[in-house]
Design a protein around this ligand. Structure first.
Ligand SMILES: Nc1ncnc2c1ncn2[C@@H]1O[C@H](COP(=O)(O)OP(=O)(O)OP(=O)(O)O)[C@@H](O)[C@H]1O
Ligand SMILES: [Mg+2]
Length: 246
């Protein structure tokens, strides 16, 4: 009887790389959490000092104002910095859609967002606010329409440097003359609308280095397009930011 061998050679480079990136994200997620915890007490203490010195002699008051002002501003900047961690678009979409479970009974919803997309450096609370604004608008536009469909997709765009999320509804659509004004504060065609939803959303997206746009959906309705820069591989393994969602 002749004996043979089966030699299996598997390239594990990708797996090891992904495991390393994931471990770094976890370390940084914890670090961000530890940094974040004392920030609010620091800010509140600085503000308390400022209030208590409001009737102090002018020199002392000016000094306290200057120092507490610097503390509050620096802490604010730090809060923003640690709020942005690599997050998965799929997780963000799933968590946001979970909020609408009871409100989408009449709507045919399609969500096509892959788990394999690279993470995005984002403040997930803020970005959730953006999605909520877009979804609220879509639901308002769909209300009472015979065809109620909502499609959410995410792909890579611009040489894979951006994640492009599209939220398309078959609602009543937007008049072409209104399209220019959508992102302007206080523009609203809704009775109870403040007209701030899209203005705030576009600000948040711009703060994240992204874009938001709108176009007609086919065969009808509206499609909002959100582009956000994805984390480059080098930034994941070198600067070790964290994954995590709120
Ligand atoms: N998906 C959509 N379909 C049709 N029209 C839309 C859609 N999204 C936004 N709009 C139009 O854009 C306007 C501005 O939207 P925005 O979210 O800024 O304010 P709002 O929804 O009117 O009020 P708020 O969001 O502050 O409650 C809306 O009043 C509506 O006319
Ligand atoms: Mg709105």
């Amino acid at each position: 009887m002749t004996r043979g061998f089966v030699l299996v050679i598997e390239d594990l480079t990708e797996v090891v790389r992904a495991q390393k990136a994931s471990a770094w994200r976890e370390v940084a997620r914890r670090l961000a959490h530890e940094i974040k915890n004392p920030l609010t007490p620091i800010q509140l203490s600085a503000e308390r000092l400022r209030r208590n010195f409001s009737s102090a002699p002018p020199n002392a008051k000016a000094l306290v104002d200057e120092c507490t002002g610097a503390i509050v501003a620096e802490v604010e900047a730090l809060k923003n910095l640690v709020a942005r961690v690599p997050n998965s678009m799929k997780e963000l979409v799933d968590r946001t859609m979970a909020l609408y479970e009871d409100r989408m009974d009449k709507v045919k919803v399609v969500v096509d967002v892959s788990e394999d997309l690279p993470p995005i450096l984002m403040d997930s609370l803020q970005m959730k606010r953006v999605l909520v604004n877009l979804l609220d608008n879509a639901l308002a536009a769909l209300a009472g329409e015979p065809l109620q469909e909502l499609t959410i997709r995410c792909d890579l765009a611009r040489d894979d440097t951006m994640a492009r999320l599209t939220i398309a509804d078959t609602g009543r659509g937007i008049a072409s003359e209104d399209r220019e004004r959508l992102f302007t504060p206080y523009f609203s065609t809704r009775k109870k609308g403040t007209g701030l939803g899209l203005a705030i959303s576009s600000r948040i997206v711009a703060d994240h280095g992204g874009y938001i746009g709108v176009e007609p959906n086919s065969p009808k309705g509206t499609r909002f397009i959100l582009e956000l820069p994805v984390c480059q591989e080098s930034s994941l393994s070198m600067t070790s930011p964290a994954s995590g969602s709120r």
